[in-house]
Design a protein around this ligand. Structure first.
Ligand SMILES: *[C@@H]1O[C@H](CO)[C@@H](O)[C@H](O)[C@H]1NC(C)=O
Ligand SMILES: *[C@@H]1O[C@H](CO)[C@@H](O)[C@H](O)[C@H]1NC(C)=O
Length: 464
């Protein structure tokens, strides 16, 4: 173990101290003071919980006392044990996790953070209540792999761990409907550990359209959307707001056929990771039932690229009308990127519209996260989402796609899974998206043949 003094080094150095505060009455008073604070709901891609007002300035006697002890004597002792200089920077807050609250997989690395601490002030707690502090193992690329240790919170226990490029952890979703997981947490600051170069994921290969003509549209798409006048209405609305939802998009019987095939046949699903990026399942193309393949083909077809051009005014086919000013811009960007590659041998030229897609299954516990690397890779794109969702899915379950403005953390748009409703969203380079963690409330759905408490969706991205 590299860091002497830490009790346990697997999967990364951490230490658990029971009965951290000696006086029971002090601990109880501290809890009372904390519960009396104002709490604010915090929610984004990574977490949902309530955080207190800043503890740095609070004057309550027990909060003040603990703060002084932690960042005074205790910090000096810890620094000596670890053999590092910990700075007297006070960095502490109070968090309240209740039913369905969660903090997903991350490594805590931020300039200066060296040792993380959490003091639990919780009622008697079982692992079945959720809310455990889960530690992840890492792979060869320093990416989190799987949970190898779960620490169950307990009253007056302090946990410390070293912040490093491999200190991936999460607070598992709280499953108890009545217990409150109150904790005080923060960081001791010091010289950061060296960080290995960030792992770069390979982009998914993009493909140009499949040569399929309009008979495919006639077969699959609600005739309303093939009406040219209606298409220009759609386009007007899309150009105004950069997004649109087209309800009952597939013909009723086609939609039912595909939905049923997904639920009833043995499609092969594979969990996607790493957990600091995503957690959901993807179907392998080879295992698609025939009608699902046909639907996939529809979304990749030349006729569909033309239809999307009509809906959006984007140039997804060389036959679609072009806007000259836009064209110049686009050409320039295409040259800069210049890495659009097809999956097969024939590499399309940079100006050939391409797409990439997935058939996904979402269930309790699934999510996607934003990543530092995402912002730099963001590009103009048209997102398509066609949910074949579980009937009765509710917004409070999570599972919606949230679009946010990079830097500002401002929510721009949320797309809720709605059966057979085709969502189109045009993204610019400042826009990022994530799928909100699906929480335990989704488990209240009845389970049966018609519903596996899962949402299925086709997710495609089209590039001009
Ligand atoms: C969390 O904070 C919000 C207000 O920001 C409040 O409405 C809600 O009741 C709080 N929840 C808990 C469990 O304290
Ligand atoms: C797109 O619109 C053009 C005319 O506006 C029309 O001729 C064509 O059929 C439409 N394409 C599709 C796929 O609906």
């Amino acid at each position: 173990c590299r860091t002497a003094g830490f009790l346990d080094c697997h999967p990364f150095p951490h230490l658990l101290i029971r009965n951290f505060i000696q006086s029971d009455s002090f601990t109880e008073n501290l809890q009372r003071e904390l519960l009396d604070l104002n709490f604010h709901e915090k929610s984004n891609d990574l977490y949902k919980f309530n955080q207190s007002d800043d503890l740095k300035k609070r004057k309550e006697p027990h909060i003040t006392g603990l703060r002084a002890a932690l960042f005074g004597l205790f910090r000096s002792w810890l620094g000596e044990v670890l053999g590092i200089e910990l700075e007297p920077i006070v960095d502490v807050s109070c968090a309240k996790y209740q039913y369905t609250d969660v903090l997903l997989c991350h490594d805590d690395e931020l300039e200066g953070r060296r040792v993380a601490f959490i003091l639990y002030l919780v009622p008697p707690w079982e692992s079945s209540d959720g809310g455990t502090l889960d530690l992840f193992s890492t792979d060869d690329h320093f990416q989190p792999h799987s949970v190898v240790k779960s620490l169950v919170p307990s009253w007056n226990t302090l946990i410390l761990f070293e912040v490093s490029p491999v200190s991936f952890h999460q607070v598992a979703e709280v499953l108890s409907e009545d217990k409150c997981r109150l904790s005080l947490s923060g960081w001791f600051h010091g010289p950061s550990l060296e960080r290995p170069p960030r792992h770069i994921e390979l982009p998914f290969p993009r493909s140009p359209h499949l040569p399929r003509d309009e008979t495919l549209l006639l077969e699959w798409v609600n005739p309303l959307y093939l009406d040219v006048d209606y298409q220009s209405q759609v386009q007007q609305e899309f150009e105004d707001s950069s997004e649109i939802q087209l309800k009952n998009f597939l013909k009723e019987e086609k939609f039912k056929e595909v939905s049923e095939a997904l639920r009833l046949t043995d499609v092969q699903w594979t969990k996607q990771g790493p957990p600091n990026r995503r957690c959901y399942e993807v179907a392998s193309l080879e295992s698609f039932p025939q009608c699902v393949s046909a639907c996939w083909e529809l979304l990749c077809s030349e006729a569909f690229f033309l239809l999307l051009s009509n809906f959006t005014g984007l140039r997804l086919h060389y036959l679609s009308p072009s806007d000259e000013d836009e064209e110049e811009e686009k050409d320039q960007e295409d040259e800069e990127e210049g890495e659009a590659t097809g999956s097969s041998g024939d590499t399309p030229s940079p100006s050939t519209p391409v797409c990439v897609g997935e058939l996904r299954r979402w269930a309790h516990g699934d999510y996607t996260l934003l990543h530092d690397g995402d912002a730099s890779k963001a590009e103009y794109a048209l997102d398509l989402l066609l949910p074949l969702s579980c009937p009765g899915w509710q917004t409070e379950f999570g599972g919606f796609t949230s679009y946010i403005a990079n830097e500002e953390d401002e929510e721009l748009l949320m797309v809720y899974p709605e059966e057979n409703s085709l969502a189109l969203v045009y993204r610019d380079k400042e826009t990022l998206k994530f799928v909100k963690h699906i929480n335990h409330r989704s488990s209240t759905l009845p389970i049966g043949d018609s519903c596996r408490r899962a949402v299925y969706d086709f997710s495609f991205v089209y590039y001009e």
